[in-house]
Design a protein around this ligand. Structure first.
Ligand SMILES: Nc1nc2c(ncn2[C@@H]2O[C@H](COP(=O)(O)OP(=O)(O)OP(=O)(O)O)[C@@H](O)[C@H]2O)c(=O)[nH]1
Ligand SMILES: [Zn+2]
Length: 198
């Protein structure tokens, strides 16, 4: 990781990214001097840097910052965590929901930290499979719970706007460690994330 401070990184890199966007937009056939487009290279640079800020963030540190000793050892589920990522093949968005569960082993984690680490890994160029495993392994290696499960359901713009052009397909990926490798625990988790408890 060349930079640890995102602000510092911003200043050093933003100008270069902006100029490259200007050149790409021109090559694609736009008039880069047109009023509506003039600031677009800068906006696009800022947007892409926002969407890839996860390279400069440390998800394990985020979890470690809010781990609390607690005896609770039943399943904790945070479901329907919305996510937006960029597919590493086309740099087009894929988006959907993550569902995370873990069974504590002496420590619980601040609930907000689970969506936070989803964002850290999602804000990198990804494939859905690796995103799923990145989240799973980060929780497993940092919190060391008795079990952890991650399910992601997502739609890929590269399959919708271009390519095969399928508007309704949803890709589901999952990963299970520890007690979730047992069929009963896994079934209970899957039942709870599909149940409408409202
Ligand atoms: N496994 C996986 N594949 C993905 C993901 N995102 C995009 N892809 C696929 O990556 C593949 C890249 O295939 P290529 O044949 O190299 O690229 P392409 O010619 O643009 O492929 P098409 O999308 O079929 O037009 C495509 O099949 C995409 O659907 C992902 O998260 N996981
Ligand atoms: Zn793609």
């Amino acid at each position: 990781m060349p930079y640890t401070n995102f602000e510092e990184y911003n200043i050093e890199v933003a100008d270069g990214v902006k100029e490259k966007f200007r050149s790409i937009i021109k090559d694609l056939g736009e008039d880069v001097t047109r009023e509506g487009i003039q600031k677009t290279p800068e906006r696009a640079a800022k947007a892409m840097m926002f969407l890839t800020q996860g390279y400069h963030q440390n998800p394990a540190e985020i979890l470690k910052s809010a781990m609390f000793k607690e005896d609770y050892d039943d399943m904790v589920i945070v479901k329907d965590i919305e996510l937006y990522s960029l597919c590493e093949h086309h740099m087009l968005p894929f988006f959907g929901k993550a569902h995370i569960a873990y069974i504590p082993n002496g420590y619980i984690v601040g609930l907000s930290k689970l969506p936070r680490i989803v964002d850290v890994f999602a804000r990198r160029m990804q494939v859905q499979e690796r995103l799923t495993h990145d989240i799973l392994e980060c929780i497993n290696n940092t919190l060391r719970p008795k079990g952890v499960a991650v399910v992601i359901e997502a739609s890929h713009m590269c399959m919708m706007m271009r390519g095969v052009q399928k508007q309704n397909s949803v890709t589901t990926t999952s990963g299970f460690r520890g007690q979730f490798e047992k069929i009963e625990t896994r079934t209970e988790f899957l039942r709870l994330i599909t149940a409408n408890l409202g």
